[in-house]
Design a protein around this ligand. Structure first.
Ligand SMILES: Cc1cc2nc3c(=O)[nH]c(=O)nc-3n(C[C@H](O)[C@H](O)[C@H](O)COP(=O)(O)O)c2cc1C
Length: 321
């Protein structure tokens, strides 16, 4: 007997462009009455029927609803109602970095947010302007900005930020954090630049040996080619061969007789890998409130005219939700 029964098969995805496959998925807050649910479900079904008949104009979206069962009311952000929301006087008046530090400490302390350092990094390729976004971990915060670690030799973010033969560099980058149990979002926009190798080395040394070898081995985001000699290989073998090469370069931990992977061994940080610091130009703090009337405050860096050392100055403005 299987320990965990298999989940029911997902519904077959619709093939029509505007057929709604997911619609108002908030089962935790169902509509007040069965009649209200039925009415919305009927409207959704009618929309789908029209779509299937090719009767509805499509505005380029692929979301849709093939089985618009019982739609829920979209959830409410209520946590902060009892605290009166976020006010200007709650914010650090001088620095969004200090404000971020305070919110991050709360996100760590509150429980229920397993990895508050998880965020989305967005970059844009030039000259097309095409944007790409991916999850990363914030690893450091300092007075200058937000630091994460990655491969900049072969990844999309590396090409977007630092350019290559076909793309000019575009150092603008954005980070977005979402801390659900606090109902808080933080958005960061700024210019990104690489940390010097010595600084990256300090973080690199904290990683377990396997991850340091992995950083050397992986040509991040490049296509892995299946081996013609090994039936059934889908490309994973190529990655494993690169790991073996990196192991050979630095000496196998097994040869050292160190069972835990020889974590003490010094491995230099690869030149194509390291820290990226995003120096913010704009940081927004978003606190969820009832009825979508959220509190939003945005810090914008002020660039003063004239020579001399630039003093750090920010404006703080409240934004409409
Ligand atoms: C939760 C999570 C955290 C991640 N953290 C990192 C990270 O800190 N650095 C990194 O290079 N990739 C990280 N990744 C992988 C990236 O999302 C992405 O696959 C990779 O960086 C290649 O992206 P790119 O080619 O678009 O630049 C993480 C993925 C997840 C799901």
């Amino acid at each position: 007997m299987a320990l965990y029964p298999p989940s029911p098969a997902p519904p077959v995805a619709g093939t029509r462009k505007n057929e709604k496959l997911i619609f108002a998925p908030s089962p935790d807050t169902p509509l007040a009455t069965a009649a209200a649910q039925a009415a919305i479900a009927a409207r959704a079904a009618a929309h789908t029927a029209k779509a299937v008949a090719g009767d509805v104009s499509v505005s380029g979206t692929s979301s849709g609803m093939s089985t618009p069962v019982t739609p829920g009311r979209a959830g409410q952000f209520l946590q902060h109602e009892i605290h009166g929301g976020l006010r200007r006087r709650d914010l650090d008046p001088a620095s969004p970095i200090a404000q971020f530090h305070a919110w991050f400490a709360e996100a760590k302390a509150v429980g229920g947010i397993a990895h508050p350092e998880t965020c989305t990094l967005a970059t844009a390729s030039l000259p097309s302007g095409r944007v790409s976004a991916r999850m990363v971990y914030l690893k450091e915060l300092d007075r200058q900005g937000f630091v994460l670690y990655s491969n900049f030799g072969t990844s999309q973010k590396g090409s977007d930020l630092f350019g290559d033969e076909e793309h000019p560099p575009n150092s603008w980058a954005s980070l977005t954090f979402w801390w659900e149990s606090l109902e808080r979002q933080v958005r960061v926009e700024g210019r990104a630049s690489r940390l010097p190798a010595e600084e990256s080395q300090v973080y690199f040394d904290t990683r377990v040996r396997g991850s340091r070898i992995g950083a050397w081995a992986s040509q991040q985001s490049s296509v892995l080619v299946p081996s013609p000699e090994k039936e059934g290989d889908d490309g994973r073998l190529q990655l494993e061969s690169w790991v073996a090469e990196a192991e050979a370069k630095f000496g196998s931990s097994k040869e050292d007789g160190i069972e835990n992977g020889g974590d003490d061994q010094q491995i230099p940080v690869p030149s194509f890998w390291g820290g990226l610091r995003i120096v913010p130009e704009r940081v927004e703090f978003w606190q969820g409130r009832q009825n979508r009337l959220h509190d939003r405050f945005v810090y914008d860096r002020v660039h003063s005219e004239g020579g001399g050392e630039e003093k750090e100055e920010w404006t703080v403005k409240r934004l409409s939700p």
